[in-house]
Design a protein around this ligand. Sequence first.
Ligand code: COA
Length: 166
Amino acid sequence: MTPSVRRASPADAAALARLRFDFRAELGEPTEPSAAFLLRCESWMAKRLDPSGPWRAWVVESPAATGSLWLQLIEKLPNPVDELERHAYITSVYVAPPARGAGAGQMLLNAALDFCRQAAVDSVILWPSERSRTLYARNGFTPPADILQAVLHPGRSYASAGSVVS
Ligand SMILES: CC(C)(COP(=O)(O)OP(=O)(O)OC[C@H]1O[C@@H](n2cnc3c(N)ncnc32)[C@H](O)[C@@H]1OP(=O)(O)O)[C@@H](O)C(=O)NCCC(=O)NCCS
């Protein structure tokens, strides 16, 4: 069976939370027990998958391939000149290890980029893993020449980041 990609719905939240856990656990030892994480992540994702919000996700499915990609639309301020008014942030692009290198990641990216073109998105940003840079380069991603980034918490520990304000 050829893998197919579809837009995720709130009913996919549990499976997507599992993929998110697997993705992050590949990169470092989890500090949160998996059961607690899966519960809060599923709840977070179920709410975010409501299409009235800024988040979208796609899943790739076949007996051999499971994977997902998340995208957040970022609003720009309205402006009076001829300029598109939103960007997009792609994150958590993940295909389960046995299926890698067979085109599933490209299919997820195609779905997300097609959506962005139709949604009049200006720029798409993402933070690649080292090994995935070739995939993104083939799809038009280049290092920016014109944005600045300030990393406020170089240790990236949630606990060390202090209080969360809204
Ligand atoms: C990145 C990833 C989603 C791509 O999915 P895929 O189905 O393997 O990708 P495709 O078969 O469509 O394309 C192959 C490309 O994927 C990337 N890729 C392949 N295996 C990879 C791996 N183990 N880790 C990271 N990227 C990988 C490479 O860019 C590769 O291109 P290349 O062989 O010409 O260098 C998938 O490999 C993965 O989940 N990797 C681990 C998580 C990750 O690095 N995510 C990206 C963070 S934004």
